[in-house]
Write a protein that binds this ligand. Sequence first.
Ligand code: CAA
Length: 286
Amino acid sequence: MSALPKVGVVGGGQMGSGIAEVFLRAGCPVHVVEHDPACALDAEARIRRSLDRAVGRRKIDEPTRDAAVARLTSSADLGDLADRGLVVEAVVEDEAAKTEIFATLDKVVEDPSAILASNTSSIPIMRLAIATDRAEHVLGMHFFNPAPVLDLVEIVPSLLTSTAARDRAESLVTDVLGKQVVRATDRAGFVVNALLVPYLLSAIRMVESGTATAHDVDTGMRVGCAHPMGPLELADLIGLDTVRAIAESLYSEFAEPQYAPPPLLSRMTDARLLGRKTGRGFHDYS
Ligand code: CAA
């Protein structure tokens, strides 16, 4: 069994909060860093609400929730991650933002063998690794939304990641989190998004071309193929800005038309119709 590391999570949005909750529930102390103190408190509140819901659904008992909450701290200062053994970056899919964070983590995290991981879905891990002087300890640790529910983590070593760091990350995921690992090479989209995103984009093109309504496309895949969600509901859950950013990374890596963001997706993200998080995407959540 791997020892429980002190964990840092950078970014307390949908994915960052979910990842923080997963580590808290596994018994790890977790410090979440957001870009300002108000967002850090929002992230803490989001995690506490989710833990309360887990109590309500009898997944965990109250003492377990209280112990998890007691292990949670937050701030707006990456310097507070100095003593962490694992940091998972989960900010927006923006290469410049992520690169800057990795360069700072390289300076502030004191343990030279700490693992610096990114939850990126599509940005090459190598670009983040070379922003540091410890590329052998940088890797992709990609969770799926909702992170507390979905039991898969893609582990993505770059060409420079050491076997020891990769193995340590994999045993953390399996032994500490009790989740399953799929190992992927460092190509945009890894395994799951390289398959999933062209499917989501095809569904958007189907609505764009008037083949069927969003409702009927979703019903088709939910009822006809027993998927838990239709592709447009899923795109709304992921966030249309994130879907667009992943599609752009895939397109820039492979230059294949299947990955090109459809104009409708670009118009919707320009209009901030981003799905659940803004109340409207392909469906209305207001
Ligand atoms: N946090 C914690 N738990 C949650 C949750 C959340 N945000 N959302 C749902 N749950 C839990 C509920 O508590 C419930 O647990 P129990 O049944 O044990 O009580 C369970 O999940 C089912 O929830 P609901 O009954 O509310 O709703 P549902 O049955 O419709 O399931 C769903 C909701 C889990 C989201 C399900 O529809 C699903 O799995 N959808 C597919 C999600 C998916 O494909 N995600 C991958 C996205 S791709 C990605 O993340 C990669 C990327 O880089 C873009």
